[in-house]
Every structure is written in structure tokens, then in C-alpha cells.
Design a protein around this ligand. Structure first.
Ligand code: NAD
Length: 254
């Protein structure tokens, strides 16, 4: 259907060399977008680009540590130099942060999770927003939050705090950018098996499965469609929203 077509659009996906980011990138390529992925590991970047090109995608990868504004600036310049434009941005890269009770978490670990899951989004969005406004172009900004941003995720307070913070950022930017035809939304996945989530303790995974209305974890393939919807004109009247994809985990009463 044409409303989901992304021909002529360029999408940037941070953390696009793995897991949920690579799934988004696959959906975007299938819908016709050209896709830039950012990641720290050049071997993983190359493998991801090859898998996207196998789907027929015009794709390139750029090495970037998103916790450093200077690296984000350089990667953004390289992305625009390669593709001429960026229309859609998935601020997706992130990680679990420190585990344990708050009073046991060091300053360095706390700062680390803020940099990885919150400040990195600001660093990336700044560049994309300035670029879109300069071009007077419509745009789509999407952040990967988590159901941890809504629920009480004890012993992972840094993760829960940062995933909630990006929801506030999403709403604020939706207001700031609404008249510029730039929509800003957040995807909140439940548990999806990836390199990050596989490290979670078995007891946590069992609890998630018990609370899943579908009785299943999410799959990477199930992340593709939401990326296309939020990147495409199909979602032009949706902004500032939390899109929860969790197999009903957060509505389960028990
Ligand atoms: P993943 O480990 O497969 O992917 C994480 C990606 O982020 C990788 O591409 C990694 O290279 C990149 N990354 C990490 N630190 C980076 C840095 N400093 N600079 C640049 N890139 C960096 O894990 P995933 O599960 O696909 O995670 C993607 C996003 O989804 C994260 O924001 C995560 O919090 C979120 N999420 C995951 C789940 C889940 O169950 N897997 C649930 C909710 C939200």
C-alpha cells in the first residue's frame, strides 16, 4: 500500500547492526527506504549492511559511539554526505546499564547509563532536527524506549529511568516540532530475545512469559512493521505517543 511506502526517504538507525535496530532497518528497506546504520563495531556493521543489501537495500554503515557528541557529529556529516539527506531517525542504540540497588550503583555507572540511553538520543536528535529544519523537510523521529519506562523495574533503576526520560523528551519534541510536520514517537518493546536481553536472569524471563497475554516473547520480525508505520505517512497524525509492543505484558492483571 502506498501509504506505507518509503521510496525517496533516507532513514538513520542507531544500533542498526544488531537486534531490534537491524529488524527496523530490514522493515524500512523492504518498504523502499535507503538506510544508514550506526554502530561501534565495523565488522558487525559490514555484516548488517550485507544482510540489508541481500534484501535489495541501498544501505551504508558508519562507525559511531553515540555517547560522544563529537562522534555523532562526524557520523551525521558522513551520513548526509553519502545519502544527501536524512528524513527519518530511529534513536535505537542502548543497553541495560548497571544492576543492583540504587545506593550500590557508582557515579560512573549511573553516568554511563544516562549517556548511553538518554544523552545519546539528545546528541542524535539535535543533528537530525537542525538538518530537517534547515531543509524545511517533514520528518519522523522515533526512539526505542521500553516497557521498563512504564513499569517499576527494580534493580535496573538506571535503565528504567532513562527509558522513562525519553518518553518525556518525545512529548516535548512533538510539541516543539508539530508545526514543522515532524512527528516524534516512542516504541516500547517488551521482551525480545537479542544480544542485550539474553543476559537477563532466567527468573526475569520466566516472569515475563507468565505475564505475556500471548504467552510468548516478541520476535525481531514483529519489530519490522511498527518501524515502517512510524516512518511512513500512515502515521502522520500520530505524534508524542508511546507505542507499546509487548504481547500484552503491561495489561496483564497478575
Ligand atoms: P542489541 O544488543 O542487539 O543492540 C544494541 C545496539 O546498540 C547494538 O547495535 C549496539 O552496537 C548498539 N550500541 C550499544 N552501545 C552503543 C554505543 N555506545 N554507540 C553506538 N551503538 C551502541 O540489543 P537490542 O535488544 O536490539 O537493543 C536495542 C534497543 O532496544 C535498546 O535501546 C534497548 O534498550 C531496547 N529494548 C530492548 C528490549 C529487548 O527485550 N531486547 C526491550 C525493550 C527495549
Amino acid at each position: 500500500m502506498d501509504i506505507f511506502k518509503l521510496d525517496g526517504k533516507v532513514a538513520l538507525v542507531t544500533g542498526g547492526n544488531s537486534g531490534i535496530g537491524l529488524a527496523y532497518a530490514k522493515g524500512l528497506v523492504k518498504a523502499g527506504a535507503r538506510v544508514a546504520i550506526w554502530g561501534r563495531n565495523s565488522e558487525k556493521n559490514t555484516a548488517a549492511v550485507e544482510s540489508l543489501q541481500a534484501l535489495g537495500g541501498d544501505t551504508a554503515a558508519f562507525v559511531c559511539d553515540i555517547t560522544e557528541q563529537a562522534q555523532v557529529d562526524d557520523a551525521f556529516a558522513a551520513t548526509v554526505s553519502h545519502f544527501d539527506q536524512v528524513d527519518i531517525c530511529f534513536a535505537n542504540a542502548g543497553g541495560g546499564g548497571p544492576r543492583g540497588m540504587l545506593h550500590q550503583i557508582s557515579d560512573a555507572d549511573w553516568q554511563g547509563v544516562l549517556d548511553l540511553n538518554l544523552n545519546s538520543v539528545v546528541y542524535t536528535y539535535r543533528k537530525v532536527i537542525a538538518h530537517l529544519l534547515e531543509r524545511k523537510a517533514p520528518g519522523k523521529l522515533i526512539v526505542t524506549s521500553s516497557v521498563a519506562g512504564l513499569m517499576g523495574m527494580g534493580y535496573a533503576s538506571g535503565y528504567a529511568t532513562t527509558k522513562a526520560a525519553v518518553l518525556g523528551l518525545t512529548r516535548a519534541l512533538a510539541v516543539e516540532l508539530g508545526r514543522n510536520n515532524i512527528q516524534v514517537n516512542a516504541i516500547l518493546p517488551g521482551y525480545v530475545e537479542t544480544e542485550m536481553s539474553i543476559k537477563t536472569p532466567p527468573v526475569f524471563k520466566e516472569a515475563v512469559l507468565r505475564r505475556s497475554v500471548t504467552g510468548q516473547f516478541g520476535t525481531l520480525e514483529q519489530m519490522e512493521g511498527i518501524a515502517v508505520f512510524l516512518a511512513s505517512s500512515a502515521s502522520d497524525f500520530m505524534t508524542g505517543q508511546n507505542i507499546v509492543l509487548d504481547g500484552g505484558h503491561t495489561v496483564h492483571p497478575m
